[in-house]
Design a protein around this ligand. Structure first.
Ligand code: NOJ
Ligand code: CA
Length: 533
């Protein structure tokens, strides 16, 4: 069943961290006018949707995930008019844009919070979660900030101390803490109404949807996520009615909860030593060797990912989509670290042929690497290295900005070498051109669309290769992946394909007929996409 809205079927998203994408006015910080200028590049790359990290007014203690005014673009990025212009131009080029919605907390600088801090009861008193007195220092399962306000109470934070949690109520009320409010109290109701106002404001100005920050964090003491899901279900019913072409992707990483909650898509994220991590970012705890499946060391285990993925995929298939990102602004190291362009081609072959919706993190398409040892910027801490400026060419600051190097938001990679757009654009064998080719194939072949079916053909514990098929629109394609440096082979049922599979991408002549079976032999670090018949 194709997803709703229909544009998701062939969507390929590109995440833009606005402060480091392209600086149009030479102040050292990327901006909306800069993104507008680079839409041509995104079109050339072939992506057709953008997720913009927060671009709203903020003191930037957490890079904009601390919003002080949801209705205003941060001046360092431009104006509301600039954002509307970006929507319009993107739409003209057939692209969609998601904003980043932070529903769970605001900045302490938000006017609502400032009002809420006042000792005199007012409209905003219950918009945040406050204990009954400043002497109620702690509460189970939540974090309090002590003695911040003039009001005789402590607030609950959602993330960092300057990100007070908006009040969506408690799913289970603890009689020992009578200050906890039920989800239908006036405060939580007003907050839910405001959330919708914010979404409506930007949808009416051209946004196509939202990436939703900490989507599962809204209602407190909600272990199974059901009360938080109810908030989103209500939003989804409203979207389906009033904005049927809008979509939401959640930062939840629990598709079996997030998709029934109403999200069109949920991300798989490295929140623990989990399946997603095991693809690209698993390290031996003792000697730090890379034990990811996508690494030439060949020490990975695809089952670690697949067993978890299949549970999620099978139970959400009819309702929503899983989004597997190449990385994001929270993940280090970047995909490009410790990998050659040939290694990266295989990672992208996987990312761009899986069901659901792929998300590419800016710069991953040219193999950008995260830097170590940078001082924390705007609350990024060890995430800082993954947020350095996009590398456009070999001019000063890798073409990101005309500002003096010391005025840049973050330094550019010291020696980008071939890891720039300019160096790769004209080289048909570059990573950039491989990624472009794979995106093109994804759009051309309905089997590779978001809702095409997925079947593992060969996926053994601690072994290579990983082989799967995708079927849709009357065709079946097979993906074979051997990221390990040692060659590998496997016999597959002869019924898979009558004729020798046709190579659509990657290593040729890998299939040999052997009696009733196909023998698939892959050299080290190789793989491809094949049409079965
Ligand atoms: C998740 C965002 O991706 C991260 O960058 C941010 O720090 C936290 N949520 C808090 O909003
Ligand atoms: Ca700028």
């Amino acid at each position: 069943m194709p997803p709703t809205p229909s544009w998701l079927e062939i969507a390929v998203f590109y995440e833009i961290y606005p402060q480091t994408f392209f600086d149009s006015n030479g102040d050292g910080i990327g901006d909306l006018a800069g993104i507008l200028q680079k839409l041509e590049y995104l079109q050339y790359l072939g992506v057709n949707a953008i997720w913009l990290n927060p671009c709203f007014a903020s003191p930037f203690q957490d890079a904009g995930y601390d919003v002080s005014n949801y209705y205003q673009v941060a001046p360092r990025y431009g104006t509301n008019a600039d954002l509307e212009k970006l929507f319009a131009e993107a739409h003209r080029l057939g692209m969609h844009i998601f904003l980043d919605l932070v529903p769970g907390h605001t900045s302490v600088e938000n006017a609502w919070f400032k009002e809420s801090c006042r000792p005199q009861p007012n409209e905003y008193s219950d918009w945040y979660i406050w204990t009954d007195s400043v002497w109620t220092w702690s509460a189970p399962g939540v974090q309090t900030v002590i003695g911040y306000a003039q009001r005789n109470a402590n607030y609950i934070t959602n993330f960092f101390h300057f990100q007070p949690a908006l009040n969506y109520g408690f799913a289970v009320l603890d009689p020992k803490h009578p200050w906890q409010q039920p989800v239908d109290a006036p405060g939580p109701r007003a907050v839910r109404k405001e959330l919708r106002n914010i979404m409506k404001f930007w949808l009416d100005r051209g946004a196509d949807g939202f990436r939703v920050d900490m989507a599962g964090s809204l209602v407190k003491h909600d272990a199974d996520g059901k009360a938080t899901a109810a908030v989103w279900q209500e939003i989804r019913r409203w979207l389906d009615r009033d904005y049927p072409q809008a979509a939401l992707v959640s930062e939840w990483s629990r598709p079996t909860v997030a998709i029934p909650a109403g999200f069109h898509m949920d991300f798989m994220l490295p929140f623990a030593r989990n399946g997603y991590n095991s693809l690209f970012r698993l390290f031996d705890p003792d000697d730090h060797t890379n034990t990811s499946f996508f690494h030439p060391n060949g020490g990975g285990d695809i089952r670690f990912f697949l067993d978890e993925y299949l549970v999620n995929f099978r139970s959400t298939r009819e309702q929503g989509l899983i989004a597997i990102p190449s990385g994001n602004h929270d993940t280090t190291p970047r995909l490009g670290n410790e990998r050659t362009p040939a290694d990266l081609q295989l990672a992208f072959l996987f990312l761009l042929t899986m069901p659901g919706v792929p998300f590419l993190y800016y710069g991953d398409e040219i193999g950008m690497r995260s830097a170590d040892g940078l001082e924390s910027k705007e609350g990024a801490y060890d995430r800082t290295g993954a947020r350095t400026p996009m590398q456009w060419d070999d001019s000063a600051n890798a073409g990101f900005s005309t500002a003096p190097a010391e005025a840049l938001y973050l330094p550019v990679e010291a020696k980008p070498r071939h890891r720039t757009v300019a160096a790769q654009r004209d080289d048909p064998e570059s990573l950039l051109n491989h990624v472009r080719k794979l995106i093109e194939l994804r759009k051309e072949h309905p089997a590779l669309g978001a809702s095409g079916s997925f079947k593992p053909v060969h996926a053994e514990k601690n072994a290579y290769p990983f082989v799967y098929t995708r079927t849709g629109g009357g065709e079946t394609v097979l993906v074979a992946l051997n990221p390990a440096k040692s060659p590998c082979g496997v016999t597959l049922p002869g019924t898979l394909s009558k004729k020798p599979p046709q190579t659509l991408y990657g290593t040729e002549n890998v299939f040999q007929r052997q009696g009733r079976k196909w023998l698939l032999k892959l050299p080290g670090v190789s793989g491809g996409l094949y049409l079965l018949s």
